[in-house]
Ligand binder design. Sequence first.
Ligand code: ADP
Ligand code: F6P
Length: 473
Amino acid sequence: MSRLIVVSNRVPAPEPGTPPAGGLAVALSGAMKERGGIWFGWSGRTLPPGQDEPEAPELVESDGVTYGLLDLGERDLDDYYAGFSNRMLWPLFHYRMDLTEFTRVNLGGYYRVNRLFAKQLLPLIRPDDIIWVHDYHLIPLAAELRAAGLQNRIGFFLHIPFPPHDIFTVLPNHADIVRRLAAYDVVGFQTPPDVENFETYVRREGVGRRLPDGRFLVYGRAITVDDFPVGIETQVFATTAASANRHALVRRMRESLEGRKLLIGVDRLDYSKGIAQRIQAYETFLTLDEMWRGRCTYLQVTPKSRGEVPEYVAMEREVAELAGRVNGAHAELDWTPIRYVNRTVSRNTLAGLYRMAHVGLVTPLRDGMNLVAKEYVAAQDPEDPGVLLLSRFAGAACELEGALLTNPYDVDGTAGAIVRALEMPLDERQDRWRRMFERIRDRDVAWWRNNFLEALERPAPEATRPGKIAVVR
Ligand code: ADP
Ligand code: F6P
């Protein structure tokens, strides 16, 4: 078996404690556990002022994985991470053209840091390694590695949605981004609609087409493009949830509910997650249905995220004010309708909270997959499962057909769906849950990893072996 090198912007340093919130870190931690290899990327630390580049990555061994951790300079982080990645690609790929900010300075930083990643990674690569690059921060990485002569198989997986043609072409350098994407051997998206959007893009722009063998010819290179829906460690999480009542925090939470039904939301503080619309829907539900007042509690666990990006700072204020206003308007002396908590919790606690909740509120305005939806399902008690209320705009909606689907832009509709979820009979809950659980059990994180790596390790037919990729600077 070839050695695996995983590359992602964020690499959770192998330290004890609660891992960072975020689908990529959680999924890759699960994927790396069995297979081992090198996991290379940003350490989360900033270089001292005056130093632009790290000398070499810090190498840390832990549990069969070698972590290659790069500290980045402040200017690089501003331009590449906060700037081009999180103020241009992230909002655009989540269909939020209104929130994008494109600058040449940020774009330059994006390419510069991808070159830096390539330069620092190259000395670690052996000829028969396979390389798996993750997410929108690092689209140009393969082209940089190829420009240095690397012939290894390189795959790319996009954790976020790939937008429709009309939205993607708002990106001034869209052609160059897709040209660089074509330097990979396998490009993976979360769902079939993402693949369709990509196909429409290459067709309309006249830069590629689907080949009779199912692969794509893009900018003259034959590559595999497919959907590989990311999964979770389903059995591990289910087992953790079943025994979570042991933990004092979980028990205290249950006692504090005093028999009320729990609704739970767990999301990074991100505008794509639809948290404000969710709170509005919950308020509408409280005003529509008097009988539920005082009989349920909505817990929203939301760690702060990307505080260096102005849109996130604005959103933090908006959500805190909204939660405060709803509580002010509806609370009783002995009942608080919303518990709004800005922190991460351990995996054990999280599993216990999901299991305790009668309704899992997963209502993003747009999401690549949404692992919280799968975690909520995995954590349920098969005898008395809760109901997953899921946005039709989450990638997970393509898979979890037992969920109660909702349109988060329709606040009244979502309020009605909350009532339906809370009142759903046991046999319907069990039937819906079973269908979802079977799916996430069969397609867990190991399935995702193996499925992708099989596609990546499959040798390319002779006639279409990769040629030289020109990097346009
Ligand atoms: P994203 O990648 O956009 O953050 P996902 O739902 O796919 O969204 O993944 C989020 C991951 O982060 C999940 O595994 C979830 O359990 C974890 N997470 C989110 N919020 C918290 C929190 N408050 N405490 C601990 N883990 C969290
Ligand atoms: O899942 C999308 C994603 O951007 C991941 O790449 C990342 O781990 C997660 O969200 C959290 O974001 P960040 O790394 O910017 O804190």
